[in-house]
Each structure stands twice: as structure tokens, then as C-alpha cells.
Design a protein around this ligand. Structure first.
Ligand SMILES: Cc1cc2nc3c(=O)[nH]c(=O)nc-3n(C[C@H](O)[C@H](O)[C@H](O)COP(=O)(O)OP(=O)(O)OC[C@H]3O[C@@H](n4cnc5c(N)ncnc54)[C@H](O)[C@@H]3O)c2cc1C
Length: 190
């Protein structure tokens, strides 16, 4: 029986046998290379993609296409190497990548069946549950809450404590709403 991953033949492209000029040269026709080339083309740059083997057939051809910002390498482990700001950046960049992919799939009418669904990371056994608890702690340590309050209840100021990492309270104006403002309470940022 043919593998589900092999039902679409890889496009055959001729070998490059002449010099070409371009503004961007991408090496590797996997999802990373093709996305880079696509984004350069959208910026009206001329692009050449060089592939040693088949297009989209390496790791990209094997993926189960599960997009997530809950990283397999685990935030609590990544935090040891890259610190709190590093894991925050990793979470934001993965979220931004998914946000980038969604309109591309929609606008280009790619038959990828892109769909946002709830994700649940679960574990088996006691040791795995400990890992899950550590991951939850790393992912959710930082917090921020915003609530609308009447402007006369507080004066514009910034308060923060001496803890490491610190906690803070501040006020934020609401556009076109002179009577209210947002009270922001947060902390545990790394
Ligand atoms: C079984 C499996 C399941 C996976 N499931 C998921 C998943 O659910 N979600 C997820 O996010 N990720 C998943 N991944 C990982 C994901 O598929 C890869 O991270 C992603 O496809 C990597 O894309 P890439 O373009 O960087 O690399 P590749 O797809 O490997 O492409 C690199 C290309 O570069 C070419 N190349 C390399 N060197 C040269 C050179 N010198 N000159 C010319 N060409 C060159 C290669 O031939 C290859 O075609 C999975 C991976 C596997 C194997």
C-alpha cells in the first residue's frame, strides 16, 4: 500500500545548467526554503531556489503538519539554556509563524486543511506527569491581567516591587474613553 505521504509525486525540475542572476538565492526546497522564497517574491525580489534532491521531499515530505507553539524541546529545558526572555521569544516566534502561515494558506488557496483547534499536552505515568508540571510552570510563570477601572480611582503612576523577577502595577489610557482606564497588573517576567 502506498504511503499517504507519497501519493503526490515530487515535481521534476531541470538541473541548473547556466548562470542566473537573482536578488535572493535560497538553498533547500523544504518548507523553510520555500517559505523564504515565497516571502521574498511577495517583496518583489527575484529568487532562485536550489535543491540537491527532490522538492519538498526531505523532512518536509514526512511531516504530520501539526503546528504548535508548545515546543517539543520543552520550555523548562530551553529556559536553562536561553533564560526566560529566550523562551518567551521562542513562544512568540512560533505563534507569529503560525499567524503567518494561516493567511498564506488561505490567500493562496493551499489545500492544507489549515484549522485552529485546542491543543492538549498530556502525559503517561508519574515521571511524565512531573515533566508536565515543570513545563506548565515554565510556560505560565509570567502573568498579566488588565481590567477597566474609573479614572478617578487611581492616579497615573508605576509601581513595582523588589522581588526578582518583579511584579508591577500600571495604568494605561483607553483611546476615546476619557472616563476609564486599564489597570494592568503583571509580573514574574524573566
Ligand atoms: C516524521 C516527521 C514528522 C514531523 N512532524 C512534524 C509536525 O507535526 N510539526 C512540525 O512542526 N514539524 C514536524 N516535523 C519536522 C518538520 O517536518 C521539519 O522541521 C521541517 O520540514 C524542516 O523543513 P526544512 O525546510 O528546514 O528542511 P527539509 O524539509 O529537510 O528541507 C531541506 C532541503 O534542503 C536540501 N538541501 C540540503 N542541503 C542542500 C545543499 N547543500 N544544496 C541543495 N539542497 C540542499 C535537502 O535536500 C532538502 O530538500 C516532522 C518531521 C518528521 C521527520
Amino acid at each position: 500500500m502506498a504511503s499517504l505521504w507519497d501519493v503526490v509525486p515530487a515535481p521534476i525540475t531541470p538541473a541548473l545548467n547556466q548562470n542566473v542572476k537573482c536578488e535572493g538565492c535560497v538553498v533547500g526546497a523544504g518548507i523553510a526554503g520555500f517559505t523564504t522564497a515565497y516571502l521574498l517574491l511577495r517583496e518583489k525580489k527575484s529568487v532562485v531556489v536550489l535543491e540537491a534532491r527532490e522538492l519538498g521531499r526531505a523532512q518536509t515530505g514526512l511531516t504530520s503538519a501539526h503546528l504548535s507553539n508548545a515546543l517539543d524541546d520543552r520550555y523548562y529545558i530551553l529556559e536553562k539554556f536561553h533564560g526566560g526572555s529566550g523562551i518567551k521569544l521562542a513562544a512568540h516566534s512560533h505563534s507569529a509563524a503560525i499567524d503567518k502561515i494561516e493567511p498564506i494558506a488561505r490567500n493562496e488557496k493551499i489545500a492544507s486543511e489549515f484549522k485552529r483547534v485546542s491543543g492538549y499536552l498530556f502525559s503517561h505515568g508519574r515521571a511524565a506527569q512531573m515533566e508536565l508540571a515543570k513545563e506548565r510552570e515554565a510556560a505560565y510563570r509570567s502573568f498579566i491581567i488588565g481590567m477597566k477601572i474609573k479614572k478617578e480611582l487611581a492616579h497615573q503612576s508605576l509601581h513595582w516591587d523588589t522581588d526578582e523577577p518583579y511584579h508591577y502595577i500600571r495604568l494605561h489610557d483607553i483611546k476615546d474613553d476619557p472616563k476609564n482606564e486599564i489597570l494592568i497588573i503583571g509580573g514574574e517576567d524573566h
